[in-house]
Design a protein around this ligand. Sequence first.
Ligand code: NAD
Length: 491
Amino acid sequence: MGAHLSRTVAEGLAFMQIVDGKPVDSLSGQRIDVASPSDGKVFASIPASGEADVDRAVKAARRAFEEGPWGRMPAVERGRCLTRLFQLVEKNGEELAALESRDTGKPIRQGKADVTATMRYYEFYGGAGDKIHGDTIPFLEGFTALTLREPHGVVAGIVPWNYPLQITARVVGAALAMGNTLVVKPAEDASLTALRVAELALEAGIPAGVLNVITGYGRDAGAELSAHPDVDYVTFTGSPLTGTAIQQAAAINNRGVTMELGGKSPQIVFADADIEAALPVLVNAIIQNGGQTCSAGSRILIEKPIYEKVAGALAERFSKLVAAPHDADRDLGSMINPKQKERVEGYVAAAREAGVPVLAEGSIDPAAPSGGYYVRPALFGAVDPDAAIAQEEVFGPVLTLFPFEGEAEAIHLANDTEYGLVAGVWTKDGARQHRVAKKVRAGQVFVNGYGAGGGIELPFGGFKRSGHGREKGFEALYDMSATKTIVFNHG
Ligand code: NAD
């Protein structure tokens, strides 16, 4: 158990935020109860930050950027700090996985998978920051022109509740590799592992003030952070509506943003596909993390000759799915909070009322505590492409099927939502693989596979309402830095 944590009889585990290298409460002393989604019972609390707390954290990040050792540290040394953080995440992996699962309700094996991905982020960015460099540019006679990649300065990272460990790592790895300092605000529903990582970062030798993690409600701490005049850049993952609010706040100061805003991602299954290989991937792409994944594969487009066969096989698999507490480690856990449970159940009820056929439903483990936020996985098909359930991000274990005829209709249906984050294409025809991958509007396209959230090396981000900017891989290092051009006149 970390030093930031003190047990109090009344509050359970009382977590502190990490600002300027120290565990601190909110300045007001107000706290937010943390319930486990698996049983709805409060087991911890986190500080509820407001304007003054945000200001304190931004000032710490500014001081660390301008005056601390971080600004003078060579890229290779910054990378070594991240590499040590990778090792510490590995060393504390069991604790982090257990904490993440308890805080979010995800099955423990998903918590462990999140730790593995988190390690990979710090490992990748630990080795990447000193591989990014500028150019020399042919210019006028008598001049030499070159570019440098410079950090933005103080970066604000606003993180959602679905993959707090991983998404914190995605932001922290890229931002720190490029020499920025950070204020991270995880979601009020799942802040615990980000706090623990901030503590491990200090142990890894990342200087005080470089990585500050503050907790609080989005409408308070999140809104204050994105509008703070001394924040140089904002990166956000979450819903499109909140993304708009954050962009408006950042626009007051004309600051740059990276926005990862979810999706309604299609997988296209052509008649020549290897169906046996596809089936488990199609199911996992929507069931992973209970469907609370921005890149969840929530729509499956199936070529007509194989529609009945694939729909039947998916229905068989769906009817066997079981939602259960995180420590039971079944197919899926609970939703994050009562609001999310209501949202998912609302979509399912509305689709049923509208007459969308339900092909199969999973179940909730009868032993699951009644206070937990469980929903039954649901499979719908054939769905009208204009239905709400076909167009809107449900963010739950709800899968929709659509028959199609021919490549042109498949591409039309795949692109026929406001989103464009990820897509899957299943076919053995090589020329078709290339054609379709190019025509689908998505930031990532997987051919004969699907990787919801996977691949730290792979640039990731959206078209259309799914957002803009790119995370992961080397691309994130460009988002997390700015080009400076220097021109020498040597006559
Ligand atoms: P959200 O987008 O409102 O919350 C994400 C983060 O933004 C949290 O840290 C929150 O505290 C913060 N935030 C909220 N309002 C803010 C504001 N005005 N200014 C600054 N920060 C703010 O997500 P939610 O309300 O928890 O979930 C709503 C829906 O969003 C979900 O049902 C789901 O569809 C979608 N969602 C998508 C993702 C994703 O990865 N794409 C993640 C979480 C939620």
